[in-house]
Design a protein around this ligand. Structure first.
Ligand code: MOS
Length: 772
């Protein structure tokens, strides 16, 4: 057996107290592991390239799938002849809407359900047929050999035109996918009470999901049982959808998703490709790998939809907000996918205001369906709200930081109940202080008085994220072996954020073992516990309290066992990692590995569950971000000099993964604010123009500041859950684009109401000013 010092990170130090059965653990006071910079437990696999992602899976006899997709934004399929394709070299199967196994299957988009293969194609990229062949290239050759003909229909690609008379109906009931309304107080009265009323319209462009790992899976059958390796954010979500589509018992669908290369919301559910891979595998009796190309993912796996937002705001000269009136329209794409869902939350909840009205209209257009995209809806609304706040501050001659501090809400007005804790004020105040806001504003103003063509600006924005984890369900099992080593079993996926490392850290904190000794079994529907998908910034606040409870369940059992050896009541024993020690008589102690019943049983199993969040409170993370940048007013080039993000996400578990999230969120926000947009050929063909990494501009190293700072604002939040965590992944990207736009306003005097602000857009505005 391994030496103790290979297993434990500390000896002699007492660990967190073990609450007696039935009692909740108290809030951690001092911690030894939590809050430190702990490298990833799987760092070696990630860096060495030995980590196996679904796209790396190779099975004996495996063949390759490819999909024929409709090249038009709107068309009826009028001819589909696959006879030549079937005869192509290496081809093992071709499936279409006429294939018996596929004919009666349905596919769902939220509340919509339609045939798996629909002859009415409503977006470019709609699946028309699928092929499996011995090699990837043979599969694609066969796709090209399929003879398909279409009756091309009129299309609409612009959400602002989707409800007009000229727009063709995409669905039988027209192009209105949904409408949301919210109101509190009396908006008209609010505007009467205002001393300044401003109105503006903001537009954000459609952003495409670009995870490094493409979407797809490997599917294989063993008699009536399907196994899928899917690049996914949640294996149980894939299991349930695929079982439903194929009419199979859940027990017969196994989904494994160990490593995955990013999802950002577009991998919360399986895709049609998952079903197609399963069908091709069943038809051929061979494992099938179906990984989409980048072009395909840009067409069909999701996007952050464009939004057009009208904002009217009322404020008193002392900075009191009196009314918000917000109206938004945005597209779901060709099917209901929530194109405007949650867009209004920042307006409802972030700043204190008694009179708020929000209307959101979701419409269909002939383009790929939207999907959740890191804080769905929120960066769009933040781009509008935070720029309006900046304008209001400007108009009443108040500092933007001061205006926000003037309007910190006491409770969650969106939910009409108190927050467990709110760090909004602290994020703004401490963020501004750390950033050196006042000095930076003065210096930028002074610099802009000179005749340099380089102008400088600073800007900020803040945000609330609308949830903070939750449960049930959340179940975790921890096994402690007789040598003291530990196995942690949970269903949650690690979507690249460091979930495994963070959970190992929590177990290590309670049990005293080194995180690296903890073997983690995860994200496999056959061998691990049920978990909801990793999304909504909820994995840490949902799963970490459960991990803690599972570790405590182990400790309680071992204390009971040791109590027999030591003849001391369990309540008088301390769990010290290596040893169990009597609190009353320090001489009475026994090594965990010497506990008789553990030696006999070989292993102790602890099960952890998580209760619900408090029902009378709202658990929310908050953030404030600060940006300093320069604009070359001759060329339109922009350079972000520095960025600071102050985040109240509750307790920091691993400072290293925490900071990584913050930096990643800022980078993604820079893409949304400055470089990324889907370009459809809206006038002529309706097709996607930028479908690769050359034409679709992701921010690169040169677009990102070297000077990025993460400032955690830790406020004890024992009411949220037993680890005091609230979630970080999404709030880190919500106000980024707005902070940039506000800095650009200070630098140039131009209010950029359209995102992204590319150098071309900047030049256009600068030229317009020059030409008067
Ligand atoms: Mo996130 S958009 O909930 O993956």
């Amino acid at each position: 057996m391994a030496e103790h010092n290979n297993i434990y990170y500390t000896e002699g130090l007492s660990l967190p107290e073990t609450p007696p059965p039935g009692e909740e653990p108290g809030f951690w006071k001092q911690t030894r592991m939590v809050g430190k910079r702990i490298p990833r437990v799987d760092a070696y696999e990630r860096v060495s390239g030995t980590a196996v992602y679904p796209s790396d899976i190779t099975l004996p006899n495996m063949i390759y799938g490819a999909v024929l997709r409709c090249p038009h934004p709107h068309a009826n399929l009028i001819k589909l002849d696959v006879s030549l394709a079937k005869k192509m070299p290496g081809v093992r199967a071709v499936i279409t809407g006429q294939t018996p196994a596929a004919r009666n299957l349905t596919w769902k988009y939220n509340n919509y359900s339609g045939p798996l293969f629909d002859t009415r194609c409503r977006f470019e990229g709609e699946a028309v047929a699928a092929v499996a062949a011995d090699t990837h290239f043979q599969a694609w050759d066969a796709v090209r050999a399929i003879d398909a003909a279409y009756e091309v229909l009129p299309f609409v690609a612009d959400h602002n035109k989707a409800l007009s008379e000229e727009a063709p109906d995409i669905h039988d009931n027209g192009n209105l996918a949904g409408r949301d309304e919210y109101a509190r107080g009396d908006v008209a009265k609010g505007f009467d009470a205002a001393e300044v009323v401003l109105e503006n319209t903001y537009e954000t462009q459609c952003e495409l999901h670009t995870p490094m790992e493409l979407h797809g899976c490997v599917a294989t059958w063993d008699k009536d049982r399907l196994t899928l390796w899917e690049s996914s954010q949640g294996v149980y979500a894939v299991q349930s959808e695929i079982a439903e589509v194929l009419g199979m018992p859940l027990s017969k669908v196994r989904v494994i998703g160990h490593y995955m290369g990013g999802g950002f919301g577009s991998k919360l559910k399986p895709g049609k490709y998952t079903v197609l891979a399963a069908l091709l595998a069943r038809q051929t009796g061979r494992p099938v790998k179906l990984i989409l190309t980048r072009e395909e993912t840009y067409l069909c796996v999701g996007n952050r939809p464009a939004n057009t937002m009208q904002v009217k705001a009322g404020v008193k000269k002392d900075g009191t907000l009196t009314a918000w009136d917000f109206a938004c329209i945005g597209p779901s794409g060709a099917y209901p996918a929530g194109g405007t869902a949650l867009v209004d939350w920042q307006f409802r909840d972030l700043y204190a205001c008694d009179n708020v009205r929000c209307t959101s209209e979701d419409v269909y257009i002939n383009a790929g369906p939207a999907r959740p995209f890191r804080a769905p809806g929120h960066p769009q609304a933040s781009f509008a709200l935070e720029q309006m706040m900046d304008d209001l501050a400007h108009e009443i001659g108040m500092d933007p930081v001061a205006l926000r501090l003037k309007n910190i809400p006491e409770i969650s007005q969106g939910r009409n109940r108190p927050y467990t804790t709110t760090g909004l004020k602290a994020c703004i105040e401490k963020g501004a202080q750390q950033f050196g806001w006042e000095k930076a504003v003065q210096q930028a103003r002074a610099h802009n008085q000179t005749d340099s063509r380089i102008k400088r600006g600073v800007g900020m924005g803040s945000c609330v994220w609308f949830v903070g984890g939750g449960g049930p369900p959340s179940t975790v099992i921890i096994k402690l072996f007789r040598d003291g080593s530990v196995n942690l079993n949970m269903g949650a996926s690690d979507i690249g954020t460091g979930t495994k490392t963070v959970m190992a850290l929590v177990a290590a904190e309670e049990l005293g073992v080194r995180p690296g000794v903890i073997q983690i079994e995860y994200a496999d529907t056959e061998t691990t516990q049920y978990a909801t998908p990793s999304g909504g910034s909820k994995t840490v606040p949902t799963e970490s309290p459960t991990v803690r409870n599972a570790a405590i369940a182990v400790k309680r059992q071992i204390l009971e066992m040791a109590s027999q050896d030591l003849e001391v009541p369990a309540a008088d024993l301390d769990y010290g990692g290596v040893e169990i020690i009597s609190r009353k008589d320090k001489n009475k102690r026994i090594k965990v590995t010497d506990v008789s019943r553990l030696k006999k049983r070989g292993v102790v199993v602890g099960i952890g569950y998580r209760g619900p969040n408090p029902s009378d409170k709202s658990v929310n993370p908050f953030a404030a971000q600060f940006c300093e940048l320069e604009v070359n007013t001759k060329t339109g080039e922009m350079q972000i000099l520095r960025f600071l993000s102050a985040n109240d996400s509750g307790r920091v578990l691993d400072r290293l993964t925490y900071d990584n999230q913050v930096f990643g969120g800022i980078v993604m926000g820079i893409g949304f604010g400055m470089t990324e947009f889907r370009q459809l050929d809206a006038r002529n063909t309706g097709r996607l123009c930028n479908r690769n990494w050359h034409d679709y501009k992701l921010p690169t190293a040169l677009d990102v500041p070297v000077d990025m700072e993460s400032l955690p604002i830790e406020i004890d939040d024992p009411k949220a859950n037993n680890t005091g965590t609230k979630g970080l992944g999404e709030p880190v990207t919500i106000p980024t684009a707005a902070a940039i736009a506000n800095a650009l306003f200070m630098a140039t005097g131009i209010r950029f109401t359209r995102a992204p602000v590319t150098p071309i857009e900047m030049r256009r505005h600068l030229t317009a000013i020059k030409e008067g």
